[in-house]
Design a protein around this ligand. Structure first.
Ligand code: CA
Length: 290
């Protein structure tokens, strides 16, 4: 994962990885010092380690998010629901079925809170507004539907003080914020945080840095943006690919920001994986504790 000189200046550097139709879901695993990410429609999970070595798993169905698991392996938000992936055997096991009665829906982006609860939402394959929902899978595998009427459920992240959860329904062209109870995992009081995008430029994945800044990927916008906790736009990092999909902090001190992109303008052969040094450290990607 050596990066070129431009990284120090905060510019994205492309890593040598296979092109993805829809690269998504970067997730850093501290114990292995490696990064996982996915190609959504291809149902592929990738890993790159500190030496730059690549590994790949074929899940056999579209995947919307990948998180590490405290017990080992990964937990995916996929077409059929939450799946456990055994990295040694490659076997995927259904932990919780999601919207089995809605075959046109699949799971999309997700994230785990510090307690190891897995939040992930759904969307209709035809991107019909209001067809999706947001769910929480607790470590005891109890699943709770938290929000309904969602268009494209996307980025999820928490403020460093664990009092707020940020959430993107891409079709709303905004990042929302909710009051979050770290003890129970409950959310309430959903309200707008920042207007992001218009006319085909959509907010996609997000992550929150250690200073509470909210980094949002702009699908169609060729950029990553940072919003201060008060909602003020403080940074915009341009990318050579139009469809910037998601971001996550990684590296030994969480000082690197990994960013995925999808095929589209500037990425005709497929999306990539980029790394930059944004000058602010991140919060960890927490594992699922079920
Ligand atoms: Ca996404």
């Amino acid at each position: 994962m050596t990066a070129a000189a431009g990284r120090a200046a905060g510019h994205p550097v492309a890593l040598p990885v296979p092109p993805a139709e829809l690269g998504e879901g970067p997730c850093w695993e501290a114990r292995s010092q490696s990064l996982f990410w996915i190609d959504v429609p291809a149902g592929l999970v990738y890993r790159i380690d500190a030496a730059g070595d690549l590994a790949r798993w074929d899940v056999g169905q579209p995947v919307g998010a990948v998180m590490t698991r405290a017990a080992g392996g990964l937990v995916l938000a996929a077409r059929d629901g939450f799946l456990a992936l055994d990295l040694d055997s490659g076997a995927a096991t259904l932990l919780a079925s999601v919207e089995a009665d809605l075959p046109g829906n699949r799971m999309n982006d997700g994230a785990c809170d510090r307690a190891g609860r897995y939040y992930a939402g759904t969307m209709a394959a035809d991107e019909r507004p209001g067809a999706g929902a947001l769910y929480r899978l607790d470590p005891d595998l109890t699943m709770t539907r938290l929000l309904t009427g969602i268009g494209i459920s996307n980025g999820i992240g928490w403020s460093p003080d664990e009092r707020l959860m940020y959430y993107v329904d891409s079709l709303d062209y905004q990042v929302d914020v909710l009051d979050y109870d770290a003890a129970s995992g409950a959310i309430r009081g959903r309200r707008p945080f920042a207007r992001v995008g218009q006319d085909g430029v959509l907010p996609d994945g997000l992550t929150v840095d250690a200073e509470g800044g909210v980094w949002v990927a702009l699908w169609g916008g060729g950029a990553l943006r940072r919003y201060a906790p008060d909602g003020t736009l403080t940074r915009e990092v341009p990318f050579p690919h139009a469809n910037v999909t998601s971001c996550a902090f990684g590296g030994p001190g969480l000082e690197l920001l990994y960013v995925t992109t999808a095929a589209g303008p500037g990425a005709e052969a497929g999306g990539g994986l980029f790394v930059l040094e944004p000058g602010v450290a991140g919060q960890p990607s927490y594992p699922f504790r079920g």
